[in-house]
Design a protein. Structure first.
Length: 418
């Protein structure tokens, strides 16, 4: 295994500094609390060694980084100091290097600091900035359906901001032969954000549910109860920010890849920090840039996550009976979906650059974790129809959006789902 390790002093220095940032920056915990807690024993050991006041000359720089892990120059300064030490005293630096290697290759979190990121250089969105509803560039139509499950009960409205930015970026897409439809399904005790969502979505559905958010059920509702009957589906989280070629590129993959039944368009996902999220939103939604530049961004990589964005054919969705609606609260439903896709169809994976926008994270409740952990993967075999709007109550769900008349047409008025 030692032959797989890098001997480049600067690379070793970056691994050590990255581990300190992951240890100290709350953003790393927000990216994935489960992976962060698993990695803590190793990063804590690195922090203890690196900040040892007797381990000069790098200890002062390490302590500055631990105290202010979001300052880019603190990271770069420590890397410069450590590079020299690793090159001149490899044996002395051996323990730190070993731990940094362990943190990098046993953990599933990584730190990303773009080369162009500097303190104070990143744009911010003033409080209350409204992203204007943009004209849709690509026609609506039945070739593909993007389904976005949604709920935001936070006072700051971070998730709503992210959703509206996501929807704006989906209106700024390259043309798709036959057009595509964007469906947002809001599950809450009232249609809280309907007025904000409807101008940007092709179709808005509301289902009443006050309990823990059930993403799987909401996605199933979006597919089954939709006016769209697209042959290709995309399950898309509201906190992702797609580039301009996102829809056309993935639809084309089903045409080009023989037998493809499902597509995961990314391998690793970059969870942006708050400043980079604001920069990304401004870049895509206000400046009309077709894509984001990783060199301008800072955040944390989550390695090989599942969910977030999954494409699949509608016949595959029907065959596996959609997502497993037994999962309530956080965790498990995305893993189960990907496992069932792998067992039932050809699942292709690509390496697109995908970013997740920042929002505050509430750690999952223990009772939700226990409930979901008790559900065996790949055992979803419902006896009742999936995606029923009355799963939790007898709701009135409304839908507005495109009808079946063809690309660019829309259904006027409300449609009852009972």
């Amino acid at each position: 295994m030692t032959s797989l390790r890098t001997d480049d002093p600067r690379r070793v220095a970056v691994l050590i500094a990255d581990a300190l940032v992951i240890h100290a920056d709350l953003g790393a915990r927000h990216a994935n609390p489960y992976y962060w807690y698993r990695l803590q024993p190793v990063t804590e050991s690195i922090a203890r060694l690196a900040a040892d006041e007797y381990a000069a000359p790098w200890a002062p720089a390490a302590r500055r980084l631990l105290q202010a892990p979001t300052v880019p120059e603190h990271h770069r300064r420590l890397v410069d100091v450590l590079t020299t030490m690793v090159a001149r005293f490899p044996a002395r630096m051996g323990e730190l290097a070993d731990l940094a290697w362990q943190a990098t290759h046993q953990g599933r979190l990584g730190h990303h600091l773009g080369a162009d990121v500097a303190a104070g250089s990143r744009g911010t969105l003033p409080p209350g900035t409204r992203i204007p509803a943009r004209r849709r560039d690509a026609a609506a139509g039945p070739t593909a359906q993007v389904v976005i499950p949604f709920r935001d009960r936070g006072d700051a409205g971070h998730r709503l901001r992210n959703l509206l930015s996501c929807l704006n970026s989906l209106r700024d897409q390259d043309p798709v032969d036959g057009g595509f439809t964007v469906t947002v399904v809001e599950a809450d005790d009232s249609p809280r954000w309907r007025a904000e969502i409807e101008p940007l979505a092709d179709e808005y559905l509301f289902v009443r549910h006050s309990g823990p958010f059930n993403k799987a059920w909401v996605v199933n509702v979006g597919v089954v109860q939709s006016a769209s009957r697209a042959g290709t589906l995309c399950v898309f989280d509201a906190d992702l920010l797609p580039d301009r070629g996102f829809v056309a590129r993935n639809v084309d993959r089903f045409r080009r890849q023989a037998g493809a039944g499902a597509v995961l368009p990314y391998r690793d996902m970059l969870y942006l920090d708050e400043e980079s999220s604001e920069l990304a939103i401004g870049t895509r939604c206000l400046d009309d840039a077709p894509a984001l530049d990783p060199r301008a961004l800072r955040g944390f990589w989550v390695r090989r996550p599942v969910g977030g964005c999954v494409w699949l054919r509608r016949d595959v969705f029907d065959r596996i009976r959609g997502m497993d609606e037994r999962y309530e609260g956080w965790g498990g439903e995305d893993v189960d979906l990907v496992l069932r896709l792998q067992s039932s169809t050809a699942l292709y994976t690509f390496d697109d650059f995908m970013v997740h926008l920042h929002h505050p994270v509430v750690l999952r409740r223990p009772d939700e974790t226990a409930q979901n952990d008790e559900i065996p993967y790949m055992t979803w075999n419902p006896t009742e129809p999936i995606g029923q709007a009355d799963r939790y109550a007898t709701p009135v769900a409304t839908a507005t959006g495109p009808g079946t008349e063809g690309p660019g047409k829309s259904l006027t008025g409300d449609r009852m789902m009972v």
